[in-house]
Design a protein around this ligand. Structure first.
Ligand code: SAM
Length: 298
């Protein structure tokens, strides 16, 4: 293992060769005037590229056709196994009815898919990463949930959404991986695919993220995610909640926040927006997260 320093920031770049592939990597600021750098042979054949959407930021590509291959191929799978906390809190309070259908868009290695399946949903997991979806299937089998989980290697922009078909639609950081105009189109399809009593859980990176090419993230010195190069559509403040309000959804929870991430690569900061919403006029038994005034135990 060896370390290098990014030239104009104090970010430490930690690369480790393992079975001829990248073990992990971090992204950071790129030296002025440079657009590409190859690391020494012992640091594998990874190519360090300038990210088009993030001038002066670089990232490591370990597999050109699936940038998430390596994070999902690790023994310690990227993003871990703990589901998105807002999603789990909702599922704990409002369980899925028998035969309920869920869609996990940009499912990755399936931490949210498994939470939905455990809550009783039949889940379709959609992702571009074949390796990620293999891990979803493996994990579902191991958890005895194999019959409830189906996987589809597909771009969310190409996915055929059936109208009013899903009782839960989860999209944890995928609308920010596609261009803004596409995200708006996919959002409309998501809303039309939601059943009358269904819920949406959506998470995106915001401009507060230190990987953002806009303020205030642009000026942040905080460490950036190893996969920041894949985020090309950082959401401005209030943008996600505006999507919901313009689509006649009832917002049960909306939050913009900073959070530290220890689930993959070197620890790094994120700016995130989280939305939990249902159709206007639908009233599930939801007491908030954490439940603000829960009923006392008898
Ligand atoms: C940051 S990861 C999040 C994974 C998962 N939702 C989680 O929270 O653990 C983003 C995922 O979106 C997937 N992705 C990116 N663009 C996509 C697209 N256009 N269609 C489908 N999946 C996409 C990536 O392959 C990756 O697995």
């Amino acid at each position: 293992m060896f370390c290098r320093k990014a030239s104009n920031r104090a970010n430490r770049v930690l690369l480790r060769p393992s079975q001829n592939r990248l073990d992990f990597a971090v992204s950071g600021r790129f030296p002025a005037g440079r657009s590409e750098r190859r690391f020494a042979p012992q640091a594998v054949t990874a190519k360090v590229c300038l990210c088009k959407s993030l001038p002066n930021r670089w990232y490591v590509m370990s597999n050109a056709s699936d940038p998430f291959f390596e994070p999902y191929d690790r023994d310690e799978i990227a993003y871990g196994s703990v589901p998105s906390s807002g999603l789990q809190a909702y599922l704990d309070q409002v369980p899925g009815l028998a035969g309920a259908r869920a869609l996990d868009l940009g499912a990755g290695a399936g931490r949210d898919t498994l939470a939905l399946a455990r809550a009783g949903y039949d889940v379709t997991s959609v992702d571009l990463s074949e390796r990620g979806l293999q891990r979803v299937a493996e994990r579902a089998e191991q958890a005895g949930l194999g019959t409830q989980v189906g996987t589809r290697v597909c771009d969310v922009r190409e996915f055929e959404f059936e109208p009013q078909h899903y009782d839960a639609i989860v999209a944890t950081t995928v609308l920010d991986h596609i261009p803004s105009e596409d995200a708006e189109k996919v959002w409309k399809r998501i809303v039309s695919a939601l059943s009358p009593g269904g819920f949406l859980f959506i998470e995106v990176h915001t401009t507060e993220d230190p990987g953002s090419n806009q303020m205030p993230g642009l000026e942040s010195d905080a460490p950036v995610s190893e996969t920041a190069g894949q985020v090309i559509n950082y959401f401005a403040p209030q943008r996600l909640v505006r999507f919901a309000l313009q689509s006649n959804l009832r917002v049960l929870r909306y939050e913009e926040r900073l959070e530290w991430d220890y689930t993959h690569g070197a620890e790094h900061l994120h700016g995130k927006a989280i939305l939990l919403a249902v159709h206007d006029g639908h009233y599930p038994e939801w007491y908030g997260q954490p439940a603000a005034f829960p009923r006392r135990e008898a």
